[in-house]
Design a protein around this ligand. Structure first.
Ligand code: NAP
Length: 304
């Protein structure tokens, strides 16, 4: 059992990670910001309200930190100062805390947005950034801040695609699932091109658990995504079957550059191989049944 501090524990991804790591036997402190912390789920679960724009209370102890707190591109009202204060100052405060607190390592939830617009057909970590937005630029700076930690601390920066989870339809694949469930046509481009641009949130939990148990073997930046890419058209056709939809798939042909994500470095560094794309997509569909098919409280109405 490790003691794990999860920042961003009020967000959809952090919330899921807290529950997942508790279920895997760890002791978890969930750091919440504005949202009121939930009631602790057992004696291995602690809740902590804190603002990472300020230094953390030195009394907060952990063996590992999973840094999921951020402001993201989804809120258009954010200013450059908001990104700098949360994503950059927040990483600085966390790094100081890790250094002083004798914490063994940090797993940072970074993003593919650090690359900006991607021209390569196969995305590797050495891809030159092309006009990344403020979100991507501040997340990259946060990576660099954490990678400045002393060499005896493990640092794993995970450059993540859309994270797919129960009741979370923000990623492209979530929007596609809502349309399919609703019987609305789904428009797609590059149907014949390989696609693995997602990580299912349970798979992220498995990866974090693996790294906490085995270590990250130093300080690394890695892409993390599903493995075994498949043509996008086939994936959508299977999703349509899995959710019993008759929605039309409207193929627009080759429209824009498309890429698949190389996860080789993640696998070499951590020894963890994420599940294949078809498995992760199926888990996502099964985690989000149509509301009338189930009493699952996480199943949102198709119009959500
Ligand atoms: N979701 C995806 O598809 C995806 C893809 C790639 C990377 N990521 C990364 O994964 C992480 C989690 O994603 P998410 O979708 O759950 O993000 P999210 O919905 O934006 O949640 C992030 C959390 O960070 C907290 N936070 C913001 N400012 C804070 C501050 N000053 N102090 C402490 N906490 C603060 C927020 O709390 P309040 O709302 O209470 O302020 C929120 O709960 C993020 O770092 C994101 O960059 C996500």
């Amino acid at each position: 059992m490790s003691r794990i501090l999860v920042t961003g524990a009020g967000g959809p991804v952090g919330r899921h990670l807290v529950a997942d790591l508790l279920a895997r036997g760890h002791a978890v402190t969930g750091l919440h910001h504005r949202a009121p912390p939930p009631r602790p789920a057992g004696d291995r679960h602690r809740c902590l309200q804190a603002d990472l724009r300020r230094p953390l209370d030195p009394a907060v102890e952990a063996d590992w930190v999973v840094h999921a707190a951020a402001v993201t591109h989804l809120d258009p009202s954010l200013t450059a100062s908001d990104y700098a204060r949360t994503n950059v100052d927040g990483a600085l405060h966390l790094a100081r805390h890790v250094e002083r607190g004798g914490i063994r390592g940090v797993i940072f939830l970074s993003t593919l947005s650090v690359y900006g617009s991607i021209a390569a057909a196969c995305l590797r970590e050495d891809e030159e950034p092309r006009s990344p937005n403020l979100y991507g630029r501040t997340k990259r700076l946060a990576e660099e801040i954490l990678l400045d930690l002393p060499a005896d601390r493990d640092v794993l920066c995970l450059r993540l695609p859309g994270i797919a989870g129960p009741g979370d339809f923000r990623a492209w694949i979530g929007q596609a699932l809502l349309a399919l469930r609703d019987g609305r046509p789904v428009t797609l481009a590059n149907a014949d091109r390989p696609f693995n641009n997602l990580l299912e949130v349970g798979e992220l939990g498995r990866l974090v658990d693996h790294v906490v148990r085995e270590g990250a073997g130093g300080q690394h930046v890695v892409n993390a995504a599903a493995t075994a890419p498949e043509p996008l058209g086939e994936i959508l056709a299977r999703m349509r079957t899995l959710c019993g939809s008759r929605a039309r798939l409207v193929d627009q042909g080759r429209r824009q550059p498309s890429y698949w994500i190389d996860t080789g470095r993640l696998e070499r560094v951590t020894g963890f191989r994420p599940a294949p794309t078809r498995i992760q997509v199926a888990r996502f569909v099964h985690a989000n049944p149509r509301p009338r098919d189930s009493a699952d409280p996480t199943a949102l109405p198709a119009s959500a």
